[in-house]
Structures are given as structure tokens and as C-alpha cells.
Design a protein around this ligand. Sequence first.
Ligand code: 8YV
Length: 330
Amino acid sequence: MIRALITTVPFGQVDPVSLSLLDEAGVEYVVNPIGRRLTEEELVSLVPGFDVLIAGTEPITERVMTAGPQLRLISRVGVGLDNVDLLAARARGIAVAYTPDAPADAVAELTIGLALSLLRGVHLANTAIRQGVWKRIQGRRLAKVTVGVVGVGRIGRRVIRLLSAFGGQILANDLVPSTLDEPVRWVDKPTLFREADLVTLHVPLTRLTRNLVGAKELAMMQPDAFVINTCRGGVVDEAALSGALRDGRIAGAAVDTFAHEPYAGELVAVHTCLITPHMASMSADCRLKMEYGASQNAVAFLSGQPLHELVPESEYTMRASDVAPEEVES
Ligand code: 8YV
């Protein structure tokens, strides 16, 4: 009997079809008994005896793989791979699959929602009114501001598509300017930080994107500018962001992803920071797409069928050289 540990939660809540798929394929599964993102320690104690991990964003380290010598497949529910030690997996012959397209629409939509909220001060008004303060906040519209998009991959492209419907200026930065249907101005990062009224980040977390937005970049930004991080914690230096917000060096931020999750750090006390609990991919359709995709990948792998969503070779090469394409200035 093949055994799968489903670490990501929720799973099968929107629709149990992904669990049925595993059942029909004769896969015995256990859903994360702790009900939240597992720590490395917890995963080490849970993993023995499992052949497959249907995984979230918990740390899937060499230690975890050593503790689970039966592991043959890590099937990520989502796109980010920073939590998976790809080289350790390869060294042990463990395949890694993911669902790279599934989260894009939901993450892009929430990003637009956060942009609108920041620009109109929705988060500030929501807090103020609960404190007995009736204060109508005057903000700006997306049509009237310049948005800087860092990382124009699957998610960044969709953000640009949605933004273009509002009609504002769009600045873009990535390794190589790509061909887009929408009008954007490709710029280097310093120009983007200096000129954008709102910066939104859509890069993977790598050694080189860690702290991509730190004190230096925040200092380049305009005092009425905003930052949105729906990509990965660690891409923004949280201490530097907190300092910049407290000192009023930028107007606000929306942070969905944190270096340590669940997050309970200093940004919680900063009222100009709109905080959400890594929920950009938490729309019903997106969860279903990711869960079903990851289950399909597992079933295909176990039945020896070709996998369409195996992590591509370029990810291993990049990991080995520790260079992320997004880091090279355009
Ligand atoms: C998580 C994400 O995978 O796609 C990603 O990389 O960060 C998320 O979609 C998901 O929330 C894990 O359950």
C-alpha cells in the first residue's frame, strides 16, 4: 500500500474530489493532524513510513528526507519551492512536482484587492471606526498612480493584466523584459522603487531575493508610497519595513507572507501595515485546482505515467548555482 502524508491544510474542504482521486488510486493518506503549517521537527516525526508528501510550505529539508527513507515524491500544492531542498531530494532520487499555474489568478486578484485597500485606506478606516473614530479617509485610485511590479512571471503577468484595466502607469522589472500585451515601462529596480507609488513583489525566495526590499530600497521610495508582499516572507526585510512604517518613511504596506509563519512579529502592532495570514491562494477555486493538481501529479507518478508538472531542470540548476533570474537587473 502506498502511503501519502498530506501536510498542507486545509485539504479537501472545498471539494473532497482530490481525496477521492487518491482513494481510487489505492493511496492511503493521512491529513496533517496538527492542522497548521508543520515545523521541521514535527515533519521529522510524522514522515517515517510515507512514500509521498502532498506538501504545503513547511520546511522539507535534508533532515526530513533522512527521517523518511521511503519518500519517493514530494508533490507541492502550489508554486513556491523555497521550502524544498531540491538538491537533497535529487540526491535521494525523490521526485518533486508542483502546480505552478494554479495559484496565479487568486494571488493576482488578492494583490489588486490589497492595492485598492492600501490606496483608499480601507484598513485604517476599519480599525479607526472600531475605536470610535469616524474619519473619512481621502485616498487615491489605481488609475491615478504608478504601480511597480517586481517579478513578471506567472503571477506578475496576471497582476499587470488586471492593473492595466484600471488604466494607471505600470513599471516592470525582471531578468529579461518579456513581451506583454499591456503597456508597461521596463525599468531597473532603483528606478522602480523611486518612481512607483505602489510596489508589488512577485519573485520566488532565493538567496539573492532575500531582503530584496530592505532599508536601502525603502529609503528610495516616496513617503506616500506603499509595498505589497504576496510572494514570500524573507523577500522583504520585516524589521526594516516595520521601521520605515513607524517613522512614516513610507505610507503603508500589505504583507501576506512572512519569514516565520504563523506570524506574530512586530508588524502586527504597526497600524499602517495591512496583514493577512498567507491567504493569497485561499480562494475556493484555487485551493481545488492546487489540491487536485498535486493529487493528480501523485497518482500519475505512482502509476508510472509522465508527469506534466515535474519541477523543471532549470530549478535544480538555479538552486545549484544559487542564482535566481529575477535578481539580474533588466
Ligand atoms: C501555498 C503558496 O502553496 O503556491 C505557493 O507557493 O505559497 C501557496 O499557494 C499554499 O497555501 C499551501 O497550502
